[in-house]
Design a protein around this ligand. Structure first.
Ligand SMILES: *[C@@H]1O[C@H](CO)[C@@H](O)[C@H](O)[C@H]1NC(C)=O
Length: 389
């Protein structure tokens, strides 16, 4: 009897929640002067609509209808009064002249906004002209990240498409409890440094069911991240999924508890990799799991590289970052180079607790090879190429 009462109570609660949500406030950017013509600068209108949405005492919807809206750099600042749904049916486009995005380093920025859902829509940063500037090594403004979330908690980003970012498409910095799902990220042509999703100093981030085709990392995990779950990612072209670069600073937060699973890499430069600068640092990476992964013609399917040092600023060539408890399980497919597994660890801080299980990576129809330096761990099941641990 008691159970039934509890059930009824739950049903009533769910009903009231649904009622409450349907009666929430909605703020349409068009009502604030935005024009869906792709030409009119709608930045001010978006800003005004946001101020109204953020001050709503009821749960509020910031609504972008169909069409193309031209916006310059915009800050969606919190804290807001209640939870917010940003529903995008149309496309946000950046100015065609990249100088009009300024030098702030961002295009769309959410800062200190909690309980936020960003649903649907396309953001097109139109980065091609900016990449050309970069590739020509002429003087360009600071690259603008397409959509950033800073110091924000309890966020869901669902069904968003990001096209042709100048640099990182999605960036999280100092966020907790974030879900990113059903995203499509595409950077075409000669686009340097177009990371798909970059995470920094964030906790409890789940990224699932995303298609990421860029010219830099599909997902990059910087210092200070923990409890990450990455699943059902189709990555490629791009540089794979990386933890790093770590150890750029002497004093740095580590990376703890990352899982990458059920994913596929196609024609990427690297697969799953961990990279650290070859110089002193107190950083670390531990409790990392890579499993159930298919590699298709991937340059370097499995890599730990602790000798990363692009500008020769590493006199000792020895990384202070400690890498431990990294498992690779059920990783199969093809390597585009002969060395399919590289564990190039630090002489002063060897890698420990590397576990290999059920690996099958071939190069041109024969077993690939592996390379180890200062790497310790164990193997079980089938391991091809032969383990050098
Ligand atoms: C590791 O992260 C996952 C995913 O966020 C989480 O479910 C799990 O509880 C974490 N494990 C520990 C020991 O914190």
């Amino acid at each position: 009897m008691k159970m039934v009462n509890l059930k009824n109570l739950c049903a009533l609660f769910v009903f009231f929640m649904a009622f409450f949500q349907s009666s929430n406030a909605a703020y349409n950017v068009v009502s604030y002067g935005a024009r869906p013509d792709g030409q009119t600068d709608s930045t001010q209108a978006f800003q005004r609509a946001w101020t109204a949405t953020c001050s709503s005492r009821l749960p509020a919807t910031f609504y972008v209808p169909g069409g193309k809206f031209l916006i310059r750099s915009v800050v969606f600042g919190g804290p807001c009064m209640n939870r917010i749904l940003v529903q995008i049916d149309g496309t946000l486009v950046a100015p065609s002249n990249y100088w009009n995005l300024g030098n702030s380093g961002f295009w769309i920025l959410f800062i200190q906004v909690t309980r936020l859902t960003v649903y649907g829509g396309t953001i097109d940063a139109r980065g091609a002209a900016f990449w050309a500037c970069k590739n020509a090594r002429s003087s360009c403004p600071i690259a603008a990240r397409s959509i950033s979330f800073v110091a924000s908690d309890n966020i869901l980003i669902s069904g968003l498409t990001s096209i042709d970012s100048q640099t990182m498409n999605v960036a999280l910095d100092g966020c907790n409890n974030v879900r990113i799902r059903n995203m499509k990220i595409i950077a075409s042509g000669q686009s340097p440094n177009t990371d798909g999703i970059h995470l920094q100093s964030s906790t409890g981030v789940t990224i699932t069911n995303c298609i990421i085709k860029t010219r830099d990392e599909c997902i990059s995990i910087g210092p200070g991240n923990k409890n990450l779950w990455i699943e059902h990612i189709a990555c490629g072209p791009g540089h794979g999924i990386s933890i790093g670069s770590l150890g750029n600073s002497l004093i740095e937060d580590g990376v703890n508890n990352v899982t990458v699973t059920n994913s596929i890499f196609t024609g990427t430069q690297n697969g799953v990799w961990i990279k650290t600068w070859g110089r002193p640092s107190n950083g670390f990476a531990t409790n990392i799991a890579f499993r159930n992964i298919i590699m298709r013609q991937v340059g370097n399917p499995i890599v730990i590289d602790q000798k990363y040092c692009p500008y020769n600023q590493c006199p000792t060539q020895s990384s202070g970052v400690k890498i431990s408890q990294v498992s690779y399980k059920n990783i199969i497919g093809t390597s585009a180079t002969p060395v399919a597994m590289t564990f190039n660890c630090s002489p002063s801080n060897p890698c420990t607790g590397i576990r290999l299980q059920d690996i099958r990576l071939t190069y041109m129809n024969s077993p690939a090879t592996s390379f180890c330096s200062n790497a310790h761990g164990s193997n079980s099941g089938v391991v091809i190429p032969r383990s050098c641990l």
